[in-house]
Design a protein around this ligand. Structure first.
Ligand SMILES: NC(=O)c1ccc[n+]([C@@H]2O[C@H](COP(=O)([O-])OP(=O)(O)OC[C@H]3O[C@@H](n4cnc5c(N)ncnc54)[C@H](OP(=O)(O)O)[C@@H]3O)[C@@H](O)[C@H]2O)c1
Length: 287
């Protein structure tokens, strides 16, 4: 089986990116403390969104400022990712003027993220989800062009898109000037861990970021076949899942609130799954 070389970082379009990312959703008033703890544990990639409904981007920024000020990390050692979210995905706490055109909304959201995070440049900027369930709309093209403008202005590094289907991704790839470097999707074991979208990504030099790897697959992961793999490697089931994801060339996200789990999730670079382990992991959950 072909295996990419696996280390704690990887290269994406010439940029060094950590191989696992800390996610900051749903942490509310604990956001700053948990992000600080994640950085102290060793996470160097952080995912957030300028979407107050599910994230406290300013809390992430406070943790980043503190970590840099205390000398734990430099700005260059961190890989920071945030998102643009359409109004329908937000509550009343909007980071832009809802009456402005989309290009202006994107620019206002970027400026607000830079301020929240206390940085001059965002390493990866994600369109949180397309504007429609099927296909792409004019809103998506306008938004992507505004994101491309953000890259040209030096405010954004790599671009990406989240919650996207195979067909939508194929359409996007065909129609843009700056191609997505990342896709961020909820990843289900039942469709062989989003196999179709992952294959499309691999064919276009796009890194697939998987979220809900544990929470979306509880039943599949309760299989004794998975515990047997974990036992054989002396690792937890969560570590097997994140290692498996990395071996599939994914970039996994973890949003754990537990410092032991943080350390465990980072401790996946000293073992390798066998071809047989892969077969089991690919088959579990498939009806
Ligand atoms: N683009 C989008 O639309 C979108 C949607 C959802 C999420 N995300 C991103 O993905 C991140 C991760 O979200 P997620 O849905 O994958 O779930 P998550 O928030 O990481 O939740 C993981 C759950 O599994 C538990 N767990 C047990 N052992 C664990 C271990 N060793 N490592 C990690 N978790 C363990 C956690 O409990 P403990 O806290 O006790 O460890 C937690 O309840 C979010 O914070 C966000 O940044 C993006």
């Amino acid at each position: 089986m072909h295996r990419m070389e696996i280390g704690e970082t990887r290269r994406v379009r010439g940029v060094t990116v950590p191989s696992i990312m800390y996610g900051t959703a749903w942490k509310e008033e604990r956001t700053q403390a948990l992000t600080s703890e994640a950085i102290a544990c060793g996470f160097r990639a952080i995912d957030t969104a300028n979407q107050r409904r599910h994230y406290v981007e300013a809390g992430v920024g406070a943790a980043i400022r503190a970590a840099i000020a205390s000398g734990i990390v430099t700005r260059d050692e961190l890989f920071l990712q945030t998102k643009f979210t359409y109004q329908r995905g937000q509550d009343h706490r909007l980071p832009y003027d809802p009456d402005a055109d989309l290009a202006t909304q994107v620019r206002q959201s970027i400026d607000s993220s830079l301020e929240h995070l206390g940085v001059t440049r965002i390493d990866s900027y994600i369109l949180h989800s397309p504007s429609r369930a099927y296909g792409l709309g004019e809103a998506d093209w306008q938004t992507w062009r505004a994101m491309e403008d953000g890259v040209r202005a030096g405010l954004l590094g790599l671009l990406g898109v989240s919650n996207i289907s195979f067909e939508q991704l194929a359409t996007l790839i065909d129609g843009v000037n700056i191609a997505p470097a990342f896709v961020q999707n909820r990843c289900f074991a039942r469709n062989r861990w989003d196999a179709d979208v992952r294959a499309l990504c691999q064919g276009h030099d796009i890194v697939y970021q998987g979220f809900s790897l544990l929470t979306a697959n509880r039943q599949a992961l309760s299989s004794p076949r998975v515990s047997a793999i974990a036992r054989r490697h002396g690792k937890t089931v969560a570590q097997v899942v994140f290692r498996f994801a990395v071996e599939l060339e994914m970039l996994p996200l973890t949003g754990t609130t537990d410092s032991l789990h943080m350390r465990e999730d980072l401790d996946i670079f000293d073992f390798a799954l066998s071809d047989q382990d892969h077969e089991v992991m690919l088959e579990i959950g498939v009806a």
